[in-house]
Ligand binder design. Structure first.
Ligand code: BGC
Length: 400
């Protein structure tokens, strides 16, 4: 109860400061692009850069996002930028075009600009050692944002409960097919996972498989392609085109004879988009195939309205930015950060200091927010966040 009240108050205050910040700074903190110089957005703390009355933060924050080609990171980048600026901080925001060496370079440039704190959503959790070691040498704290970085220079991790994203997807399939009451009936399923370079991807997949595997073992769920291990079903860079191509191959090889496909587990929306496209163009059957996703990307929400995708696991990335800002302020103010901090981040989250290790035996204190399931039946919940609007056609658009 108390946490909800704090969250509501904080979000209200954030919204007010964000509005003030956006109104005064939008032209300065120009939108960023994957091409161009490494530091693609930079803005100061003067009155017209978002530092309005009540903002007390001082310092420069480096915000390194992976790419603008996947919808959510544009939202993350701009929420973080707006919220830190509204709180009085200078920000540098970069997007690294899904290119790890460019991300190293972008972070090095931020260090050269004397940032006080780094917030990094890694392209490849194992490829940032050079930049992370330099951050440690410079005494700059690093928050791994959404995706863990496998380097001990990382001080904290802010994300969603990645494993439960997967269990929600798996459970959705179990419930939709009513597998508990399947009796002798069998159902066909195929699987598509995320980018092996992304530390999150196995968490999503394992969460889903922990729910689905018992039904596969019992023979209730069958995978006609036989492709069930993570490495085989993974999708480099979460690419829609790669997911589309693999789905077309599977449909051509295992379903062209009229075999019915009942469900396709997809770890996120960009891969679900590719799989749905393949189902629309290459699937011979007439049944509706259950397709899972994650993120609430606009195109996928449209597919949910149109009955082409069944669900998405929604992660409110504005809340993720709220939690990251609160944690950053605590770090910069030298506060003690322990489990009790989970009650002070302004959003519902749990503290976990065992599950995520930056190296063997080195767990990273993690703050994990709560994902939710969105289907055609509760799209209004997204509108209620204030982050989406619904058009007369029933389709949702993200508020820019
Ligand atoms: C994020 C997902 C996203 C995926 C691709 C993951 O690390 O947690 O929300 O769908 O990256 O961008």
């Amino acid at each position: 109860m108390k946490r909800k009240l704090i969250s509501a108050l904080l979000c209200g205050a954030m919204a007010a400061t964000m509005l003030a910040g956006c109104g005064s700074s939008s032209s300065d903190s120009s939108s960023t692009a994957d091409s161009g110089s490494a530091t693609t957005s930079e803005s100061g703390t003067t009155a017209d850069s978002g530092s309005t009355g009540g903002a007390t933060g001082t310092g420069k924050i480096g915000i390194s996002m992976p790419t603008q080609s996947l919808e959510r990171w544009n939202r993350d980048g701009s929420y973080l930028d707006e919220q830190f600026q509204a709180a009085g901080y200078e920000t540098i925001v970069t997007y690294s075009d899904n290119d790890s060496s460019r991300q190293v370079n972008d972070i090095q440039n931020m260090l050269a600009e004397d940032v006080d704190l780094l917030i990094v959503a890694a392209i490849d959790g194992e490829a940032l050692n050079t930049a992370m070691n330099e951050a440690a040498d410079a005494g700059v704290s690093v928050i791994a944002y959404d995706r863990l970085i496998l380097n001990d220079a990382v001080s904290y991790y802010v994300s969603f409960d990645n494993y439960s994203v997967g269990t929600l997807q798996g459970q959705y399939i179990v419930d939709a097919l009513d597998l508990e009451n399947a009796g002798d009936k069998t159902y066909n399923i195929e699987l598509t996972a995320g980018d092996p370079a992304d530390n999150n991807a196995p968490y999503f997949f394992n969460g889903a498989m922990d729910v689905l595997q018992p039904y596969i073992d019992a023979g209730t769920l069958v995978v006609p392609s036989g492709q069930t291990d993570f490495d085989t079903v993974a999708t480099a860079q979460w690419s829609t085109d790669t997911a589309l191509e693999r789905a077309q191959n599977i449909l051509g090889s295992y379903y062209a004879d009229g075999t019915q496909l009942d469900a396709w587990l997809c770890s996120n929306d960009s891969t679900a988009l590719g799989v749905s496209q393949a189902l629309t163009s290459d699937y011979a059957g007439s049944n509706t195939v259950i397709v899972t996703g994650q993120d609430g990307d606009e195109a996928n929400l449209k597919n949910i309205v149109d009955g082409i995708q069944s669900m998405t696991v929604y992660k409110n990335v504005s809340d993720e930015a709220v939690a990251t800002l609160a944690l950053s302020e605590a770090i910069l103010n030298g506060e003690t950060i322990d489990a009790s901090m989970a009650d002070n981040l302004g959003v519902e989250c749990s503290y976990d200091d065992t599950s995520y290790e930056t190296s063997d035996g080195n767990p990273c204190p993690s703050f994990l927010l709560v994902p939710t399931v969105i289907t055609a039946d509760n799209l209004q919940d997204l509108v209620d966040t204030g982050l989406y609007t619904m058009g007369d056609d029933g389709y949702l658009s993200a508020v820019q």
